[in-house]
Design a protein around this ligand. Structure first.
Ligand code: S5P
Length: 259
């Protein structure tokens, strides 16, 4: 039987995963918004508008042209007031020693504010142990990129399988995957977040491919939809679109539960 988010919240060893599922249940939202804009004020404005409808904000902090500490202070305040968590989509991809530095240091000090980050598994298991040295004491969670939404992705087949095997060895820190579908049985608990979700178009000019929330959640068993330009792109009404995707994602979840 398919478990509810609330039931699954109890199972996780990792505190961040538990809190995320509790937040999803509280807000009745499995929507993660990806806000890929380049100015601080634009980012904060969108986040303030969509905040009530999301469980998770996904950032690419390195595309912000006027980044400063104040942005982090404000994002954290919005995460508290609107009740969502923060996922910095850093896609680490280096040896353990280097990623530990990239995660904790430099301009962004990602580990100090992002509840969740993610990593490619191409370097091998050292990338997880390196990030865990920094993130575990802070109660952070890591997602592994097991599949990608872009056309021609090499993250398939045995690469995906090896990524799942790595996750199983680090269940206290690895909370799940970026993937297009559920990758493990119901007896194990990993969160699957799926990007490449859109209701109006099937792709972009640079290889992105979109599927509907229903396809991702009902047919493929994913847990969280990641939506970017479908919400904030092209002069869209961001509040209206955020509600639309939140509703579509939640209805798909209820369908999956058979309700
Ligand atoms: O396979 C992937 C993995 C990620 S994290 N495909 C993706 O598109 N992403 C991210 O999801 C990507 O970096 C972007 O921030 C977001 C999708 O944005 P959209 O505007 O195409 O919805």
């Amino acid at each position: 039987m398919v478990k509810t988010y609330a039931e699954r919240a109890e199972i996780f060893q990792n505190e961040t995963a538990r809190k995320l599922f509790q937040c999803i249940e509280r807000k009745k939202s499995n929507l993660c918004v990806a806000v890929d804009v380049t100015r601080k004020t634009e980012l904060l404005d969108i986040v303030d508008k969509v905040g009530p409808y999301i469980c998770l904000l996904k950032t690419h902090v390195d595309v912000i042209e006027d980044f400063d500490e104040d942005l982090i202070v404000k994002l954290r305040a919005l995460s508290e007031s609107h009740d969502f968590m923060i996922f910095e989509d850093r896609k680490f991809a280096d040896i353990g020693n280097t990623v530990a530095l990239q995660y904790s240091s430099g301009i962004y000090k990602i580990s100090s504010w992002a509840h969740i980050t993610n990593a490619h598994t191409i370097p091998g298991e050292g990338i997880i142990t390196g990030l865990a040295q920094i993130g575990k004491p802070l109660g952070r969670g890591l997602l592994l990129l097991a599949e990608m939404s872009s056309a021609g992705s090499l993250a398939t087949g045995s690469y995906t399988d090896a990524t799942v095997a790595m996750a199983r060895k680090h269940k206290d820190f690895v909370i799940g995957f970026i993937a297009g579908r559920k990758l493990t049985g119901d007896d194990e608990d990993f969160i699957v977040m799926s990007p490449g979700v859109g209701l109006d178009v099937s792709g972009d000019a640079l290889g992105q491919r979109y599927r509907t929330p229903e396809d991702v959640i009902v047919s493929s068993g994913s847990d969280i939809i990641i939506v970017g330009r479908g919400i904030y792109g092209n002069g869209r009404d961001v509040v209206k679109e955020a509600k639309r995707y939140r509703d579509a994602g939640w209805e798909a979840y209820l369908t999956r539960l058979g309700l």
